[in-house]
Design a protein around this ligand. Structure first.
Ligand code: PAF
Length: 280
């Protein structure tokens, strides 16, 4: 596995792969890799000829009171995991390689980016959309893989790639979970033992909504109430949002007639966790 750190080297590597007729798969990450990331790598290895993973803790997607400084940075462990997994290239740029001096461009996908998580984290999705645009232009992949745990992020990136006519296929990969159902996340390591036990209810709430939907309940408000009850009973009171939305556009839904998604963001202790479930 090669490690690339600057724009020119990343471009040159991708150009070389293309010249050889190789299809490039790309997984952008912020590092602190876990089995969920490795699952994305596996999908990329199966669907393309060479796989690039980027590790970049993007300052522009963190709010002033968020965890940018304490976000886990474990490059050597990440590098080892990626090499073991068969990844071909690690792109690990520093801030100036992503945002060179004089950088002035912002990519905003609105109003999608100001809803749900965007309401709680103003500017977050502009940071994500901007960095992902830069990274896609640097790596020039044929396919880019995103975990569906960050469902709103996935919809925003799919939208921006379509709107800006970027020549890349965006692939959403189902969430990888711990054995008790908690969605894997680099932030799970912040949870205390007590928080960790409580956090299981997040998936429980999503499953309860899905079970009720499959049993015939099609009212969004009713499904939201069922899921909310599970969270509250587990002692999770800080529910930033819990909403049933269109799976395609994330627009509000009253009665489910097409594929929808239940999404939630909650605070467990000091940790913000998100999850969702598709209602198909
Ligand atoms: O999902 C993430 O890890 C980040 O939001 C991403 C897509 C790597 C952009 O920094």
């Amino acid at each position: 596995m090669v490690t690339l750190t600057d724009r020119a080297a990343m471009h040159a590597w991708s150009r070389e792969q293309r010249k050889r007729g190789k299809r490039i798969g790309f997984i952008p990450t912020m590092g602190a890799l876990h089995a969920g990331h490795l699952h994305l790598v596996k999908q990329s290895l199966a669907q393309t000829d060479c796989t690039v993973v980027s590790i970049f803790v993007n300052p522009s997607q963190f709010g002033p009171k968020e965890d940018f400084d304490r976000y886990p940075r474990v490059l050597e462990a990440d590098r080892e995991m990626l090499a073991q997994a068969g990844c071909h290239a690690l792109f690990h740029p520093d801030v100036t390689a992503v945002y060179p001096e004089g950088f002035q461009t912002t990519v905003a996908v609105e109003p999608l980016g100001s809803d749900l998580c965007g309401r709680e984290r103003p500017g977050h999705f502009q940071g994500v959309a901007t960095v992902v645009s830069v990274l896609l232009n640097l790596v020039q992949p044929d396919r880019a893989f995103f975990g569906l745990k960050d469902y709103q992020q996935f919809v925003i990136i799919r939208r921006l790639v379509h709107d800006l006519s970027m020549d890349v296929e965006i692939i959403g990969v189902p969430t990888v979970r711990e054995t008790d159902g908690l969605a894997m996340s680099s932030r799970n390591r912040y949870l205390t033992d007590e928080d960790r036990r409580r956090a299981v209810a997040i998936h429980g709430a999503m499953v309860a909504a899905k079970t009720a939907f499959e049993a015939g309940e099609k009212g969004a408000a009713r499904l939201e109430a069922i899921a909310r009850r599970i969270l509250i009973d587990a002692g999770i009171h800080r529910i930033q949002y819990l909403a049933v939305r269109s799976a395609d556009t994330l627009m509000p839904v009253k009665v489910i007639t097409a594929q929808s998604v239940v999404l939630t963001a909650v605070k467990v202790g000091t940790t913000r966790l998100i999850d969702n479930v598709l209602l198909t």
